[in-house]
Design a protein around this ligand. Structure first.
Ligand SMILES: NC(=O)c1ccc[n+]([C@@H]2O[C@H](COP(=O)([O-])OP(=O)(O)OC[C@H]3O[C@@H](n4cnc5c(N)ncnc54)[C@H](O)[C@@H]3O)[C@@H](O)[C@H]2O)c1
Ligand SMILES: O=C(O)C(=O)C[C@@H](O)[C@H](O)[C@H](O)COP(=O)(O)O
Ligand SMILES: [Zn+2]
Length: 358
C-alpha cells in the first residue's frame, strides 16, 4: 500500500507521511535548501538511525549523527545544552536542519533544540514509537522537563515534515506500544468515536503493530491532532482538548521521577477526568465505565496509589492550563464532546481521585 499524506494546516503547513517502508520520502521533507543535517537520535536505536543517515547522505546532505540518551532522560537541560554546542561546532546556520529520530521524548528534545538554536532552524521528525507517530511528533509542541515538573520549558515550533514508517514499530517493547494506545484512545474520546469501536472490537489486535487496524488507528489519531492544531497551534482554546487526562498524568509522571510511561499516566488521568466530569453532573456513569473497559482491555492502568493524592494535588497546581490560582480541566460532556471545568472545589477533586486511588 502506498503512503498516506496528512496535511497539517496553519501558517506553515506540513505533511505527515504514513506508510510502511517510506524512508525514501525523507529527503523531500528535509528540503532542497538544506546543506547540513544533524540527526538527533535515541542512542539505543542505531539500527533505525543508520538507514536514516544513509538515505540523507545518498541525497547529498552532509549528515552528522548526534546520539542522545534513550527515553525521558533525553528531556533534560544538560542534554539540550550539549546539542546547542554540537550544532555550533558543526557550523550549522539557519538554512540547515535537525532531524529527530526516536520516541516522543527524543522528538520533543530534538524539536526544542531546533526551535531554540539560532532562534529557530528547520526540524523534521521521524517518530519511531506509536505514541510519537500519533501525537508527539505532530503539532509543534516541543520541550524538556525540569525538576519542578513535566514539559515546563519549551516552545511551539512546528516541524517541516513528519515521517511515520510503520515498519519501525515492530521492534517496540509491548509496554511502550501499549502506552501509545492511550493517546489513540484519547483521540477517540475527545473527537473520533470510531477509534473506540476499533479498539473495543479487537483489543488484542489494537495492542499489536501487526493488528488488522494499526494503520487506520494511526491515521485517525493523526487526523484528530492535525485538525485541532491547524486551527489553534498555540493552545489558546481548542487545542486544550488534546490535554484530556494530562493534568493528573503529568503529576503522576513527576511523582514517579519520569519512570512511569507517559501513556500509562494518561490512561489513569483520563479515568480521573471522566470521574470528575461525572461527579460534576456532566457525564453519564456508563461513559466513565467505557473508559475503564477500553483502557484495561489493552493492558493500560486505570488506577493509582490511594495515598498519592496530596502530592499529586500539589503538583497539579503548576499545570499549563491553569490561569492564576484557578485550576482548569478538560472534561467530557459526552463522547466527542469535550468541555472545560474551571476552578472545581477541593472536595470534588478529592472525590474524583477516590474513584481512581487503589
Ligand atoms: N510534543 C507533544 O505533543 C507530545 C505528545 C505526547 C507525548 N509527548 C511526550 O512523548 C514522550 C513519550 O514518548 P514515547 O512513548 O515515544 O516514549 P520514549 O520516547 O521515552 O520511548 C520509549 C522507549 O522506546 C525506545 N524506542 C523508540 N522507538 C523504538 C523502536 N522502534 N523500537 C524499540 N524501541 C524503541 C526509546 O528509545 C525509549 O527507550 C513523553 O516525554 C511525552 O511527554 C509529547
Ligand atoms: O499536543 C498537545 O497539545 C497535547 O496536549 C498532547 C499531549 O498528548 C502531550 O502529552 C503534550 O506534550 C502535553 O502538553 P503540555 O502542554 O501539557 O506539556
Ligand atoms: Zn500526552
Amino acid at each position: 500500500m502506498s503512503e498516506t499524506r496528512i496535511r497539517v494546516g496553519g501558517a506553515e503547513p506540513y505533511d505527515v507521511v504514513v506508510g510502511t517502508g517510506v524512508l525514501g520520502e525523507l529527503p523531500e521533507l528535509v528540503g532542497e535548501r538544506v546543506r547540513t543535517v544533524a540527526v538527533v537520535h535515541a542512542e539505543g536505536l542505531p539500527e533505525i538511525a543508520r538507514p536514516v543517515c544513509g538515505v540523507l547522505e545518498k541525497a547529498g546532505y552532509t549528515v552528522h549523527p548526534l546520539p542522545v540518551p534513550d527515553g525521558e532522560a533525553a528531556k533534560e537541560a544538560g542534554v539540550l545544552a550539549g546539542l546547542w554546542s554540537s550544532f555550533a561546532a558543526l557550523g550549522m546556520t539557519r538554512s540547515d536542519a535537525v532531524v529527530g529520530v526516536g520516541g516522543g521524548a527524543t522528538t520533543d528534545l530534538a524539536g526544542f533544540a531546533a526551535a531554540s538554536f539560532l532562534r529557530g532552524v528547520r526540524a523534521v521528525l521521524v517518530p519511531t514509537t506509536l505514541l510519537g507517530m500519533v501525537d508527539a511528533a505532530v503539532g509543534g509542541k516541543t520541550g524538556i522537563n525540569i525538576p519542578e515538573g513535566k514539559n515546563l520549558v519549551g516552545a511551539f515550533h512546528p516541524p517541516g515534515g513528519v515521517l511515520c514508517d510503520l515498519a519501525t514499530l515492530v521492534t517496540m517493547p509491548r509496554e511502550d506500544y501499549v502506552s501509545g494506545l492511550a493517546e489513540i484512545i484519547k483521540a477517540g474520546f475527545i473527537a473520533d468515536p470510531r477509534i473506540l469501536e476499533l479498539v473495543e472490537e479487537d483489543p488484542a489486535g489494537a495492542a499489536s503493530p501487526d493488528g488488522p487496524h494499526t494503520r487506520e488507528l494511526v491515521e485517525r489519531a493523526i487526523q484528530v491532532k492535525a485538525d485541532v492544531v491547524a486551527s489553534d497551534l498555540k493552545e489558546s482554546g481548542l487545542r486544550e482538548i488534546l490535554n484530556y487526562g494530562h493534568t493528573l498524568a503529568h503529576a503522576i509522571e513527576k511523582a514517579e521521577q519520569y519512570r512511569f510511561r507517559h501513556g500509562h499516566a494518561v490512561a489513569v488521568g483520563m479515568v480521573y477526568a471522566a470521574e470528575l466530569s461525572r461527579l460534576a453532573g456532566r457525564l453519564p456513569a456508563d461513559v466513565v465505565e467505557r473508559h475503564r473497559a477500553v483502557l484495561a482491555s489493552v493492558g493500560l492502568p486505570v488506577s493509582y496509589g490511594a495515598d498519592a493524592w496530596p502530592e499529586l494535588r500539589a503538583t497539579m497546581t503548576i499545570d499549563k492550563k491553569s490561569r492564576g490560582a484557578t485550576l482548569r480541566f478538560v472534561v467530557l460532556d459526552g463522547v466527542a464532546k469535550p468541555g472545560r471545568l474551571e476552578g472545581p472545589d477541593e472536595e470534588l477533586l478529592a472525590a474524583a481521585y477516590r474513584e481512581v486511588g487503589r
